[in-house]
Design a protein around this ligand. Sequence first.
Ligand code: FE
Ligand code: FE
Ligand code: ZN
Length: 277
Amino acid sequence: MLNIGCHLSASKGYFNMGKEALSINANTFQFFSRNPRGSKAKELDLDDIEKFKKLAKENNFATILAHAPYILNPCSSNEQNRILAFELMQDDLKRLEYIPNQMYNFHPGSHTGQGVETGINQIADMLNRLLTKEQTTTVLLETMAGKGSEVGSKFEELRAIIDKVELKNKMGVCLDTCHVHDAGYDIVNDLDGVLDEFDRVIGLKYLKAIHLNDSKNPFESHKDRHEVIGGGSLGIDAFERIINHPKLRHLPFYLETPNELEGYKKEIELLRGKFKE
Ligand code: FE
Ligand code: FE
Ligand code: ZN
């Protein structure tokens, strides 16, 4: 069974996202925990949450994935921005507990000139002040393309963050196929080699989710522009290998391709057709 969904707009609430996912033959989805470019969060609707939990259970949903807003940057050189990152994530993690066992993905951050090492320390420091033994949410570091001063385009950097986090069992990694390809990991011609390296450096047990995106740009371009599945430099065959790979096939896959709902529906149909049960 292929667990697949796409990014949906959270403005309609959990239950409607669940219905929307089902309408395109998805059994999970990703959504922004709050406005991606602002800091405002929607009021929690407990009734909506209860209705969604029931729907998800009845339809065997895989874990849903909350994505942190882009403005969240725990390793900005600006202290106000670091404080804001802490406050946003603290509030997000509190809210996510209303649906137990979710995953929360964030871009590790951009060090904005402070250097990768300072960045790694500040990211880990925020996580150590936020994570609790009691939380049921797993926090995922996303693999980045390496544009600007982004931290997390090298597996070693993600490992270094996890190394410094005390509650490691609350941590995971979300591998974004566009980002790793842009970062210089050849998942098209050497998927096995990349996964071996991931395992050696980070450990495959930390790999909890995959963002499925083709890339508008060539290998190692450090750009981060998503393309529809099969329409970019990765190509459809690479995705067929990724979703069927014995080390990946059990994971939840989330599309973040430039699509409306109809386009996502077609991509899910295409990928379900290529999945070997
Ligand atoms: Fe992302
Ligand atoms: Fe992504
Ligand atoms: Zn991206």
